[in-house]
Design a protein around this ligand. Structure first.
Ligand SMILES: [Zn+2]
Length: 298
């Protein structure tokens, strides 16, 4: 039995039924049943979302309060393992190439915004590589990240009002690892990332893969089918979300065939390889590049 990802307990909060967050569709088919909540699939575009879902205020409150000391302890206990996974993911996303390209064209150090940066472990390693680092984190882990000397804002992305590239600012790279599935309005989030990136800047999103082998195998018991995940994306739905908001898809990767402890090591190795090759890994990464959108006649 796979262990589920950390989540706040299932609570009865004010919920509402919403249209599809990707295409606005209002016709759904049932998709996954979990204890106390469920996911539906949009019959038009295929997006899987919790519906009804808790209101925005309740969700934010959860991360400010529910992700307290216990969550920090969980994060710190797993920090080295999570960091290693994130570093492998960035390697897979082509970070080295991105870095070289920026350093070739920029005079200033490359800048990165890690949205949902938790304890700041990843930012600290990027800082060591010469990046100018900013983080956003609404859980109390932000405090821990600041003790590392990092510039971490404790507001949700949109409330920071980061300047856009027209003000001679903007970020070269934005990261969102295991964040987008927690947000009520992923479309406005992606639009905001687009606004604050430099033209040609990269956005690397990591999130569970609803089309992965484990999701298909475990259904409602899948480790990522948790109360805190409002959306469960596939490569198709996440790619569409990014392209509709001005990103060109540069790279797609999935990894993780079987969760540790669910199968003998040899079988797990085979499953992991196959998952990566066929795009059915448990977690996926998409790297988008900011295209400049045509906003009207020149
Ligand atoms: Zn839809």
């Amino acid at each position: 039995m796979a262990i589920k990802t950390w989540s706040t307990p299932v609570e009865t909060e004010t919920t509402r039924t919403i249209p599809c967050a990707l295409c606005g569709g209002e016709v759904f088919s049932p998709h996954l049943y979990c204890e106390g909540f469920f996911y539906v699939r949009c019959t038009r575009c295929g997006l899987v979302q919790m519906n009804p879902q808790p209101e925005n205020d309740a969700v934010r409150q959860r991360y400010r309060e529910g992700y307290g000391e216990d969550y920090l302890a969980y994060e710190l206990a797993n920090e080295a393992a999570f960091l290693r996974l994130q570093e492998l993911a960035l390697e897979d996303a082509g970070l080295d190439g991105i870095e070289k390209e920026i350093m070739r064209t920029n005079t200033a150090p490359p800048s990165v915004l890690d949205i949902g940066c938790a304890t700041g472990a990843l930012l600290a390693t990027l800082r060591d590589r010469g990046w100018a680092c900013t983080g956003a984190e609404i859980s109390p882990s932000a405090e821990y990240a600041r003790k590392r000397g990092l510039d971490v804002r404790d507001r949700v992305l949109e409330e920071n009002e980061f300047p856009d590239a027209s003000a001679n600012a903007g970020f070269d790279l934005a990261l969102a690892s295991h964040l987008i599935e927690h947000l009520n309005d992923p479309a406005s989030f992606v639009a905001e990332v687009h606004r604050i990136l430099k033209p040609g800047g990269d956005f690397i999103v990591t999130t569970p893969n609803i089309d992965g082998f484990q999701a298909r195998l475990f259904g409602g018991r899948w480790r990522s089918a948790i109360f805190d995940h409002l959306y469960l994306f596939s490569i198709k739905t996440l790619s569409r979300l990014l392209t509709e908001h001005g990103f060109a898809i540069e790279r797609v990767r999935t990894w993780g065939g079987l969760a540790a402890g669910t199968a003998p090591a040899a079988l797990k190795r085979i499953a992991d390889k196959a998952a990566k090759r066929f795009g059915v890994g448990d977690v996926m990464l998409i790297r988008g590049k900011r295209k400049d959108m045509v906003t009207g006649p020149l």
